[in-house]
Design a protein around this ligand. Structure first.
Ligand code: GAL
Length: 442
């Protein structure tokens, strides 16, 4: 490590991508349709972009893994596409889809890269959505069957499992705001989805551990929440937002239950509650994945339904914003860790399972000059220092190995260390890739 303090020698350094954002090959090998394929058809993606080819990782994985090695990283995180291995979300494994993950895993191991697989990074089979998707309790059971398939396929070679990626985002954006697949809105979709996802997440962890998986965790997104003033009403408003976005998806697992006292709208979750759910929601992962992209400033707003609070956008606060409108605020991750490490009240290790930024270099004349990204990482790593030394933060995965399909933003928001030309699919290391390579002493 040249320009930073030393990280422990056993610190895990990795890079990540996800299946839907990079693989393409949506019709290859009998893959089923996912809710994101359907969402795209409704022209819900910025510039009507599509992930049908994306980075073509489906065919180019071997050379992309060589890029991981080139960076000096020996851990790689991606997700399994549920509809690729179980096209309708039910029944036997799809052999051709399973073969892809077989080949991918073998290639990682051959290249000396340790695989980390996310079981669910948002691409629910569309067939399950026809029956309500995560609003339907049956999806929990479908998900557990699917986890069995994943472990049966790769469990002999893969130690590291992340059951879900960012439940807050796919439930909040997909079942409350309608801006992500499957495009559902409102509390009547949000509450059942919240509860069923929490059940699936906890049961998924237990299931994989029972099957013999060695290192099982789950990854959550958090934001650092600040009140807009020191007034009591704003502090309380910020606290409600904190509970809603940072705690609703972890507290049931930790045994704290849903924060219904301060968020009375959540009481309606009782409608979806069955006997023993309190037990079923508990789980002790081997590690927690923490993903933090920004901070939010919150103000009391009596007219806002449910929460009587509003987030003041970073743009209106005249802050530097990322290409997806988030404030660029380096201490966010360490502020969240300060809180989370205390809140979880255990020694369970933490991995920063995503860490990244995007400011649209693809549209600049010098698309490889992402000096701002280097600055971002330098500053974030600096703020991590006390946590690396004093707490159980064990690793960090750069998001992302390469530019990819950024969900509702399409290709508008490039997060990669490698630039991808989406016409030719050529990959080129950006300045930040050189920096990562240098940092690790290549
Ligand atoms: C996360 C998500 C990733 C990626 C990233 C950048 O919320 O897990 O898939 O999109 O944000 O915005």
């Amino acid at each position: 490590m040249k320009d930073l303090y030393s990280f422990p020698h056993d610190f895990t350094w990795g890079a990540g991508i996800s299946a839907y954002q990079t693989e393409g090959g949506v019709n290859a090998g009998g893959r089923g349709v996912s809710i994101w394929d359907e969402f795209e058809k409704k022209k819900s993606i910025r510039n009507k972009h599509s992930a049908s080819v994306a980075c073509d990782f489906y065919n180019r994985y071997a050379s992309d893994l060589r890029s991981v090695k080139w960076l000096g990283l020996s851990h790689f995180k991606t997700s399994i596409s549920w509809p690729r291995i179980q096209p309708s979300g039910k029944g036997n494994i799809n052999k051709a889809g399973a073969d892809f993950y077989d080949r991918l895993t073998d290639e990682m191991l051959e290249q000396g890269i340790e695989p980390w697989y996310v079981a669910y990074h948002w691409d629910l089979p569309a067939e399950l959505q026809k029956k309500g998707g995560w609003t339907n309790r049956d999806t929990v059971f479908r998900f557990l069957d699917y986890c069995d398939l994943c472990f049966g396929l790769l469990g002999d070679r893969v130690n590291n499992w992340i059951v879900m990626n960012e439940p807050l985002v796919f439930v909040g954006a997909g079942y409350f705001m309608g801006i992500h697949a499957p495009g559902r809105r409102g509390m009547n979709n949000f509450l059942p989805a919240l509860h069923h996802v929490n059940l699936a997440n906890a049961q998924g962890i237990k299931n994989l551990k029972n099957l013999g998986a060695k290192h099982v965790g789950t990854a959550h997104s958090f934001a650092s929440i600040h009140p807009s003033t020191k007034l009591d009403v704003d502090i309380k408003a910020a606290n409600r937002v904190h509970l809603a976005i940072n705690q609703s998806f972890i507290d049931p697992m930790l045994g704290y239950g849903y924060p219904t006292e301060k968020l009375p709208f959540m009481k309606k979750i009782e409608r979806y509650w069955e006997q023993n759910d309190g037990q079923l929601l508990l789980a002790s992962p081997d590690f927690w994945g923490v993903q933090v992209y920004t901070r939010e400033i919150v103000k009391y707003a009596w007219w806002m339904p449910y929460i009587q609070a509003r987030i003041i956008s970073a743009k209106s606060r005249k802050k530097i914003v990322s290409s997806i409108g988030q404030e660029v605020y380096y201490p966010a991750l360490s502020e969240v860790l300060d809180w989370f490490i205390q809140h979880k009240a255990s020694d369970t290790p933490v991995y920063i399972t995503e860490c990244g930024i995007s400011m649209q270099e693809s549209f600049l004349e010098q698309p490889f000059d992402d000096t701002y990204r280097i600055e971002y990482y330098q500053n974030v790593l600096e703020t991590l220092k006390p946590h690396i030394q004093n707490s159980n933060v064990k690793g960090l995965f750069y998001w992302s190995l390469m530019d990819n399909f950024e969900w509702a933003e399409g290709y508008f928001a490039p997060f990669g260390l490698f630039h991808v030309d989406f016409k030719t699919l050529k990959r080129t290391p950006k300045k930040s890739a050189e920096w990562v390579r240098n940092l690790l002493g290549q």
